[in-house]
Every structure is written in structure tokens, then in C-alpha cells.
Ligand binder design. Sequence first.
Ligand SMILES: [Zn+2]
Length: 246
Amino acid sequence: MKRVCLTVLLLTAFLLTGAEKNGRGAVCFTFDDYAGANWLKADALFKKYNAHVTFFIVGAITPEKIEVMKKLQSAGHSIGLHSIHHRNAVPLPEKWDMKKYFECEVKPQLEVCRKHKINVRGFAYPNNRRNEVTDQELFKHFDYLRAGLGKAKKTLFYGKKETASKMVLGGGGIGAYYKSDVNALKKILKEAADRNKMIVFFSHNIYSGAKHVHMPSEMLEELLKYASALGMRVVGINEIKSLELR
Ligand SMILES: [Zn+2]
């Protein structure tokens, strides 16, 4: 009898912990362009807070980049692509259509990644420029298309319904250029946790005292610490399907 009680108790505790873990919203931090060495360095910080993020890589996929991608992937992060020449998809270069865009800007990256078993499921639009036509073409190859918040700059909160299928992830920029304020960001995290929704952010390089469009590691740590205290999950795009959002 005692053993049964203990089992029930342990099972209840396990379920409660699980529910709490899955019930306090989620945040996707995404990082664009390429900062291999600094991204690898930042992994210690991500590990400290049990966080996974997404890296969207620009340019030709060199052997050096493959090594970095493999290391980040095996640390649990998600890898996405960000085009060969950082060309806008909206407007397209003259005389191009989206098929040509895919052939020139995306396919060469995708092929190298597949060859090296990098699990690529997402693409971040250069300069966040997209529309429904570009989405339609790129959804043939990707499950997640990362863009910005549009002109309104209003935070988007995603729930069960939106994350059930392929989706455009509208993210808010973090860095001095985006006039990021850590307290305002914490408020957004708190709202996502309370409503059990997912939010998305984007930045670029990560280092101490970073300016411009980059993520200061001090701010990153403060946000990770806060998200962790709220019981939020910090996930890469490949883990979105495992979230139990409202
Ligand atoms: Zn970029």
C-alpha cells in the first residue's frame, strides 16, 4: 500500500512539474547573419539557463560554418538559413521571381546543409522583407519563416492554433538600434508567461557591451534569468511543436 501511495505521489509530482514546465509560455530568441565564434561562446550562457535558440546563417556555407552549425546543433539549438547574399525577397531584384530567388539565394545553402545532416527547417527573411507570395514559395521548403513585427511594431503572441502548422514568426529586434529596454522586454516575457503564449525576438552577434543591432551578453543573461524564473521555456524553432501553449 505504502509503495502504491509513493508511486501516486511521485507521479503527481512529475505531472505537476511537467505541467508547470509546459504551461508558462515560451520564447524563441533568434540570431541572424553569422558570428560563429561569439555564438559558440554564448552557448555557456544558454546552457546555464537550459535555453535553446535559433541561428539563421547568411552567406555561402563554408566548411568552417558547417563545423559551427554542427556544434550548435549538437548543443540543442536550431539552425536556419538567411540567404546567400542577404538579398531582399521584397522587392525582388529586377527580372527575378521567387523561383529564381530560391535557386540563387537559398538552394545553394540548403544543399550543403542537407549533405552535412544539418536539420534546417527555418529561413529568416533578409531585412525581414516578406509578403504572402514569398511565404508561399518558401513554405515549400521550410516550416518556419522568421520576419519582423511590421510597421506597427506590436508584439505578437502565438498560441496553440498558430503553432500547429507552418508559420511566419514575427519577431521583435533586440539591440541598441531597436531601442531595446530591458524592463519593457521583461514585461513582454511576463505577459507571454501569464498567457501561456510564445513570443519571438531577433538579434545578431552576441558579446559583452554589444551595440547597434547586436545583443549585449549582459542583457541576454538578464532576459534568460528572468524567463527561467517565470518558468518559461526557451526554445529553438525545431522545438516549437513540443510546446503546450494556450
Ligand atoms: Zn540579416
